[in-house]
Design a protein around this ligand. Structure first.
Ligand code: GDP
Ligand code: IMO
Ligand code: MG
Length: 404
């Protein structure tokens, strides 16, 4: 049995927090798309962990964490994450399985990301510059290097050939001498990281997952980014380079559609977006600034300011349909009480005003016990989205969650 958890907005909905919270109900947590453009924050016992590659089951001692077939992997980020966890006594390496079909991100992929963005001028996407787009480009051009090739005897030659091709492209874009030096340095660090990950479990994870399902295991597929950044259904071209919606869990893990049971959709009580692209309910004013300050809306991967705005239920409704959401979870409602009143847009685009609440909701564990004004907001969302919110996150910490 597989459940899928995905973001319903432009990413950073709080997926990491919810996955960490739900992890004890599952045997396996698996990432199925994206790469280190993701930044998933978990706060456990007051300690903060930001994960980019390793699934958000990392802190649980009995959870197997799988990095799936549909992902792109930067060995340097992966090693840095393992070290970050190890510094806290968490050795995830024995509970980590990487797909042999995941695609490797080379230092030249990151450099290409930067030069492609620069060349776009005012049409730049605001990419995280982690090499995601160029790595997926090479996958579909059938010149990429799958992680499993790390054990092939001509691996070094493959890396050399692809790097030389990238260099020829970079020269067309006017590669600067300082960036050439940077690449030279990165190559050494990258090869060191490759040596370290050689000893990890690199397998046909689709076989592991399907056997586990057959044996009765429960799997949670952890989405990255959000539905509005989906390469097909997002606001193209201001999107990421993978399909972020639930259907891609099948391709990104090698499981058949009928194996999927629940689809857990996570959304913020307001909206944020990092990078460029349309944002109909954006607040480019003091109110937006207030939400950013109180919600700590700065990117977990790049530290950039997140653009803030009101909840747009037309977009939420569409994302719920595209993903087939069965369980709806709202995060960051606690942030809204930094304002006396706040707004949300209905499916027709009309604005509705709501009064906030003075109470601190951080320790409330039942939705019924939430302040009356927040329950009114939930009623509105239930009505507009066509599905009842079943979980309300009341703060960034693991236990801060109210259920219906
Ligand atoms: P993800 O990419 O979807 O995993 O989300 P991020 O980790 O990038 O961003 C979500 C941020 O909000 C993190 O800093 C979380 O610690 C924090 N967070 C998650 N849920 C809540 C919540 O209910 N209330 C508050 N105040 N913060 C939350
Ligand atoms: P998580 O998993 C928020 C955004 C970037 C940019 C666009 C393309 O933490 O929710 P890319 O690096 O993929 O070429 O960037 O997508 N973006 C994200 N925004 N959360 C993310 O991941 C994101 N991953 C990519 O800011 O606008
Ligand atoms: Mg994030």
């Amino acid at each position: 049995m597989v459940d899928v958890l995905i973001g319903l907005q432009w990413g950073d909905e709080g997926k990491g927090k919810i996955v960490d919270l739900l992890a004890p109900r599952y045997d396996i947590i698996a990432r199925f798309q994206g790469g280190p453009n993701a930044g998933h924050t978990l706060i456990v016992n007051g300690k903060k962990y930001v994960l980019h590659t390793i699934p958000s089951g990392a802190i649980h001692p009995n959870t197997l964490n799988i990095v799936g077939t549909g992902t792109v992997i930067d060995p340097m980020t992966l090693c840095a994450e393992m070290d970050m966890l190890m510094a806290d006594g968490i050795d995830v390496s024995q509970r980590l399985e990487l797909s042999d079909k995941a695609m490797l991100i080379l230092p030249t992929h990151k450099m290409l990301d930067k030069y492609f963005e620069e060349s776009k001028g005012h049409l730049k996407i605001g990419s995280t510059l982690r090499g995601i787009g160029p790595a997926y480009q090479d996958k579909y051009a059938r010149i990429g290097i799958p992680l499993g090739h790390i054990h092939h005897k001509d691996f070094d030659a493959q890396v050399k050939e692809l790097s030389l091709f990238h260099l020829s492209l970079l020269k067309i874009y006017g590669l600067r001498p300082e960036d050439f030096d940077l690449l030279d340095h990165a190559k050494t660090t990258w090869l060191d990281a490759i040596e370290r990950i050689r000893s990890l479990s690199i397998t046909a994870i689709e076989d592991t997952i399907n056997q586990a399902i057959k044996d009765g295991a429960k799997v949670l597929a952890e989405g990255a980014q959000g539905s509005l950044l989906d390469i097909t259904f997002g606001s193209y071209p201001f999107v990421t380079s993978s399909n972020t919606i639930s259907a891609n869990a099948c391709i990104g893990l090698g499981i058949a559609p009928q194996k999927i049971r629940q689809v857990i959709g996570v959304f913020k009580a307001y909206m944020t977006r990092v990078g460029s692209g349309p944002f109909p309910t954006e607040l480019s004013n003091e109110t937006g600034e207030l939400l950013r300050t109180h919600g700590h809306e700065f990117g977990a991967t790049t530290g950039r300011k997140r653009r803030c705005g009101w909840l747009d239920t037309a977009l939420l409704h569409k994302a719920i349909i595209l993903n087939g959401v069965t369980d709806l979870m709202m995060t960051k409602s606690d942030v809204l009480n930094c304002l006396p009143t706040f707004t949300a847009h209905d499916k027709n685009g009309s604005a509705h005003e709501f009064a906030s609440w003075p109470d601190d909701i951080a320790e409330i564990t039942q939705i019924d016990h939430l302040p009356k004004n927040l329950l009114k907001y939930l009623d509105f969302i239930d009505h507009q989205s066509g599905i009842q919110v079943s979980g309300v996150s009341t703060g960034p910490q693991r236990h801060q969650m109210a259920y219906r």
